[in-house]
Design a protein around this ligand. Sequence first.
Ligand code: PLP
Length: 461
Amino acid sequence: MTQQQAQASYDAQDLWQKDKNHFIHPFTDFSLFHEKGCDLITNSDGIYVEDVHGNRFIDGIAGLWCVNVGHGRAEIGQAMAEQATRMAYFSTFNNLSNAPATELAAKLAELAPAHLNHVFYSCGGSTANDATIRLVHYYFNRLGKPSKKRILSRTNAYHGTTYMAASLTGIASNNWQFDTLDLVTHLSEANCYRRPEGMSKAEYCDHLVDELEQTIERLGADNIAAFIAEPIMGAGGVLVAPQGYHSRVQAICRANDILFIADEVVTGFGRLGHFFASEAVFETQPDIINVAKGLSSGYAPLGATLISDALYEVLSTPQGPGGVLSTGFTYSGHPVSCAAALKNIEIIEREGICENVLEVGPYLESQLKTLASHETVGDVRGSHFMMAIENVANKTTKELLPVDARVGDRVAAEAQKRGLIIRPVGHLNIISPPLIWTRQVVDEVVAILNDAFAATTRSLK
Ligand code: PLP
């Protein structure tokens, strides 16, 4: 904590009143909000955050899967301040550009799989996915295939909350009492833990691939534009698909002229030990990769759609006199966000942050797996710095605890009491730390979680 930060004090009561009266929080359970309000996080440094009362916590969720290089990086702040004072904002529409957006596009093309060399900027993950679907529809319209509109997504996928992104999202509770667009067909999630009884993982993979083939047959390939998936499903429960699933899906998509889109908003920028997981981990060559979060480590809002040379050729073909590619955002290629991303990428490369994930990640996995000895822990899964724990009532039947037991909330609260913030999502707890955790931090975290799960088990009796 810098001296300046330590000196900045807030009036907790005043802030809480204002928050309660005026701030509509995203993804908020109003029964909890009315009962206990919010924790005001006021300071952060490295792997730690601090609340308004001065309590310090290990950040087990990297803000929201995004602060990949850790908190309090003065050099990112400085790069942003320099850009903000030099030229905070100007349009990137109508053949205008700025230096950080241009440099970042070139850097992304260098880091991404070889065929992805073109970048369309947005403001975050939802807008990246939303813009992508517009571009995909535009692409097929321009190819004279206007019937190719439907998008294949998956149950429990999370792709954001703009109207299109929410429609791609397959988490039923996320869209409860909301409407969605009838443009998306959801296939089954790839959930190895809850795969049909008696099916091997290889058979399960065949089963999922069969479902895809049957769906294409039913809908007609002429009506399907794209398939979108997170390489590892994140908010839907950190679900790792069976071996070979993604590459088999991509091959089927390719054979049917269906674009394959990887949503790497969480898996990108080091969380699985690589800048992009699609090719390095899952052996796929997506037509499009979407990134956000770790792209700027959350220091500024930013999203990007990385587009293949083949698609770009069609998108960039002039429409004729007066025709423009009429999509984009005021803040597409925002100079301050792009300056933050450039510095963030420099830090990831300079400090070998991907290498740290490759070294510490397997240790984190193995240590978290020891928590399976607790009565409520049904499954510990994930990869590297993207992990989840599924709580159950019965480990053999995998039956869940009643919703009102709020088991995920209980575990998270017990962990927080002991100095660690993890994320509850229904009956799950998600651990997605800054990518600078060391083995020593992992040991400290697992000790806290052991106590938190023991306390949760006691509280449920
Ligand atoms: N895609 C994935 C895989 C995500 O996990 C998220 C957010 O968690 C999004 C898209 C949406 O990103 P944003 O909240 O920046 O709009």
